[in-house]
Design a protein around this ligand. Structure first.
Ligand code: TNX
Length: 531
């Protein structure tokens, strides 16, 4: 079965996978002799050609990696996924031969870029080829989805473990495919963050944005201002004990994310959303009086004191220490809902703070209100408006985009994972409206913001604000099934976008989530298999 035509120039040609969903009916057969169809993957790959006999993983299978640390690490990761459920030894070796092969840097992979890969499957093996370890890692996520859902279980399952024959060529539409977790409104432990990272990796998300400070809590240790964490981190929404990451814990999150090929984007929200900092140090307040800690959910009442020199000592210290902990390119400085800062003060503040980020070697990201000031050269603006955000506000963002500011799209009435699905959703908020699964998927990032050039769009991000989110079950119920759709918007070529095909591929993911213990919302819009 041929699902599309061979494309002469892979990356230049946006044709492709409308076909990926078409031949797919129903969910993945649970460990029968019928392999998962090659196109039944989320996010939809660039191209899929089903052909020839399947590969069968057996007790003799070896994972054969190139002799490089990056390839070996991906091989060990794959072995960790496959060993418990298959019960096989699956040694990782640099010797050639049949089996699962992970190869770096061949000619055919070059065209697929830093995150792309090619997967060839046939009787003698599965070969994943990529230019970089990140591509091998994404190829391994595809391989996981091509195996029966039971492969995700942590105890031995019967199999058989077949991978359909053929070729997948794949590369992302956007380089920025993010998810944000608000660890300020409610604090989440390192283990909870790592669990979410694993779920994001499954869908080829490559940025984890951590909202590390807000009115309700400061969550990262800063040595030069220790009370930020010890006092500012001591509570959360609802009055619980909160918490913060020590520098070592933050480094652990960064390392774990890197092992899943995600880059951490830390955010310190300024000049508003700063009550936790203002409560920790009286001198940061214009009147020199520290407010009480705050455990409610109102926004827009706090501001750093833009006229005070100490404010910029504080900002410099925080950005310097956070930049030193963060190997990634970006540092997010918030800038949203500064309702208690005058416009002139906001502009003056951003003029002074953006160069500090640059001085410590990072690129600024700000919420799109940053476009009301002058975004620094190279800065990215994260758009969180709605369909009915005013034309003037959209025009301001579009104008910045035409002047070179890159855009990350997080429209709140599409991809805010804290919005309720329906009026009955027990968790979440509804200020941006109700966001069912189809609504969150059915839009095009390339054509979303009127007047913004498609080339300004760097990608998409799904934020999860946590005013109502207390634990991993809550995170998962709000993220699944919307998160995989946002991941597909960020990864898959525009012509692959098709709700009717997508909803069938999405439905086929449910047995995987069940095997992984991921709680999810069984939206009536999706043709789920029986549980
Ligand atoms: C708006 S979006 C906020 C957050 C809230 C969120 C709740 C944005 C940049 N700011 O402070 O947590 O709504 O949905």
């Amino acid at each position: 079965m041929r699902q599309h035509h061979r494309t002469p120039r892979l990356l230049g040609t946006l044709l492709l996978v409308v076909a990926a969903g078409i031949s797919v009916v129903g969910a993945a057969p649970a460990a029968t002799g019928v392999p998962v169809p090659l196109g039944q993957v989320v996010p939809a790959p660039l191209s899929v050609e089903a052909k020839g006999a399947p590969y069968r993983i057996t007790g003799d299978t070896r994972i054969r990696v190139d002799d490089s640390p990056g390839a070996r690490r991906v091989g060990e990761y794959l072995a960790d996924v496959l060993r418990p459920s298959t019960g096989y030894r699956l040694p990782v070796t640099t010797r050639g031969g049949d089996g699962i092969r992970l190869r770096l840097g061949s000619n055919s992979a070059r065209a697929l870029g830093d995150e792309g890969y090619r997967l060839d499957s046939g009787r003698s093996g599965v070969t994943i080829t990529a230019r970089k370890a990140a591509g091998l890692f994404h190829g391994v996520q595809t391989l996981r989805q091509l195996l029966p859902a039971a492969v995700e279980k942590r105890s031995a399952q019967p199999g058989p473990w077949l991978v359909a024959g053929g070729t997948v060529k794949d590369a992302p539409r956007y380089g920025y495919r993010g998810a944000m977790l608000d660890v300020s409104r409610h604090f989440f432990t390192v283990a909870q963050v790592e669990r979410y990272i694993d779920q994001l990796a499954l869908y080829k998300i490559n940025k984890l944005h951590l909202h590390l400070s807000d009115d309700q809590g400061w969550r990262i240790a800063i040595d030069s201002w220790p009370r930020l964490a010890t006092h500012g981190g001591s509570t959360q929404v609802g009055g619980g004990t909160g918490g913060f990451y020590t520098k070592d814990q933050y480094r652990r999150i960064v390392r774990y994310a890197a092992s899943r090929h995600l880059e951490v984007v830390p955010e310190i929200d300024m000049p508003g959303h700063t009550n936790a900092a203002l409560a920790s140090y009286a001198e940061l307040n214009c009147d020199g009086v520290a407010p009480e800690l705050y455990t409610g959910t109102e926004v827009g009442f706090s501001s750093l004191c833009v006229d005070k020199p100490v404010t910029y000592d504080f900002v410099d210290d925080v950005i310097r220490e956070l930049a030193a902990l963060t190997p990634g390119r970006y540092l997010h400085i918030g800038g949203d809902e500064a309702h208690s800062t005058s416009h002139a003060d906001y502009v003056a503040f951003m003029e002074r703070v953006q160069p500090v980020v640059a001085r410590y070697g990072k690129t600024v990201i700000g919420w799109h209100q940053l476009t009301g000031a002058t975004p620094a050269k190279g800065a990215l603006a994260q758009y969180w408006g709605l369909d009915d955000t005013s034309a003037a506000e959209k025009a301001q963002v579009a104008k910045a985009a035409r002047n070179g500011t890159g855009l990350i799209l997080s429209p709140a009435d599409r991809v805010y994972l804290d919005m309720k699905y329906t009026a009955d959703t027990p968790l979440g908020l509804d200020w941006a409206g109700l966001v069912e699964v189809r609504r969150s998927y059915d839009w095009d990032p390339g054509a979303y913001l009127p007047g913004a050039p498609a080339s300004a769009v760097r990608g998409v991000e799904a934020p999860l604000w946590t005013e109502t989110i207390l634990n991993s079950d809550h995170i998962e119920y709000m993220a699944f099934p919307r998160l995989p759709g946002v991941a597909e918007l960020g990864w898959s070529p525009a012509p692959a976008h098709d709700w009717d095909a997508y909803k069938v591929r999405l439905a086929a993911q449910a047995p995987r989530w069940e095997a992984l213990g991921i709680d999810y919302y069984r939206s009536p819009q999706v043709p789920w298999p029986a549980p």
